[in-house]
Design a protein around this ligand. Structure first.
Ligand SMILES: N[C@@H](CCC(=O)N[C@@H](CS)C(=O)NCC(=O)O)C(=O)O
Length: 341
């Protein structure tokens, strides 16, 4: 291992001791009154939530915010974005600064039960990986004994890293840096031997290095990182709206409904599932406080799950991520919508 400078900038954020719990219906009423959804996203992570030079946000997590806005207002643009680093994201949701956190956030027991928050589904099944410079000649994670490792605080990444090294009787020097840009710059400048985060983030981070081809992603995936949108605990209606927005995107993919054919199918499909999903029959939105055509609005304005996956992460993007675990359940993956009926 080459020598690295150790920048231990901080430790994991302690959980916030007090937080407001939402009351039933309160979130939807407040959002309707202000006319937009305040969505908490990352400070900039390719494929998930990333601003362009003009400040327009895109990504899979952004499309979840847009999908909820389409369902609610018939307008996918009725969203404002709050960039949040890993440490500040939960406080921003607890305090009401954001209505929804859609920011590559892993669903864990403690986050779901002890922070006054609720996870509403899994938008992307991920797992933690490692990247190293090719010149180190490392072929696998078990060769990392003694390495210095760049990691962001307040993440599951930091905790899994400690577990993995302890379980394998290895030591490491954490180089803990809060900002994503700075942690990647530190790795790029050789101030640590290894960069670790969710595998999707490793690939996204590699693209921002000065010479991406000089770095390899190791084969090991050391954790489960089910990423999904989060709401405040105590307002089940708002949580249901986010959950069923995601299911509508998945159900649309499963039944072959896309942004391209949705008008035709709404007018002409005889399939009862498609007709209910698009509001051509039934009142599927009623219990959610949404219009009957909320599924139509989501698919027309944002797309089905497969479309948003491909547009943000797929083969035509710099990330070129395979569907893998994120394929539909009937295509060998884990993505499964509860029935829209
Ligand atoms: N999924 C993990 C990691 C999430 C995370 O924050 N990852 C970093 C590295 S990819 C990130 O997104 N940083 C973006 C930022 O700080 O804005 C978690 O929920 O703790």
């Amino acid at each position: 291992m080459r020598l690295a400078i150790h920048l231990v900038a901080g430790t994991a954020a302690a959980c916030v001791a007090s937080f407001g719990v939402a009351e039933a219906g309160e979130t939807l009423d407040a959002i309707k009154n202000k006319g937009f959804i305040q969505c908490g996203v990352s400070t900039g992570l390719a494929g998930f939530s990333n601003p362009d030079d003009a400040g327009n946000w895109s990504g899979l997590d952004v499309d979840v915010c847009r999908g909820v806005a389409a369902a609610l207002f018939g307008d996918a643009d009725a969203v404002k974005y709050t960039p949040l680093d890993a440490k500040e994201r939960f406080t921003a949701l607890q305090s009401g600064e954001v209505d929804l956190l859609s920011r590559n956030t892993t669903w864990t027991l403690t986050r779901d039960s002890a922070l006054g928050l609720d996870f509403t589904g899994v938008t992307y099944y991920d797992g933690q990986g490692f990247m190293v410079p090719k010149e180190l000649g490392v072929k696998g994670a078990l060769e990392l004994d003694g390495a210095s490792i760049c990691v962001q605080p307040g993440t599951t990444t930091e905790l899994n890293l400690a577990d993995y090294f302890r379980a394998n009787n290895m030591s490491y020097e954490p180089v803990v840096i809060e900002s994503l840009d700075e942690v990647l710059a530190a790795y790029d400048q050789g101030r640590c031997d290894v960069y670790t985060t969710d595998q999707s983030g490793v690939y996204a981070g590699r693209l921002s290095l000065s010479n991406p081809d000089d770095h390899v992603v190791l084969p090991e995936v050391i954790s489960k990182e089910p990423l999904g949108p989060v709401v405040r605990h105590g307002d089940p209606q708002w949580g249901d709206i986010v959950r069923w927005t995601l299911y509508a995107m998945l159900e649309a993919e499963e039944y072959g409904v896309s942004s391209q054919n949705v008008d035709d199918l709404k007018a002409n499909s005889t399939n009862p599932v498609v007709r209910r999903l698009l509001g051509a029959e039934g009142e599927m939105g009623q219990g959610l406080g949404l219009p009957a055509d909320f599924g139509y609005q989501i698919v027309k304005q944002v797309g089905n799950y497969g479309e948003i996956f491909e547009a943000n992460l797929g083969q035509d993007t710099p990330l070129k991520i395979e569907r893998g675990l994120n394929a539909l359940w009937n295509q060998g993956g884990l993505q499964y919508a509860m029935p829209v009926r």
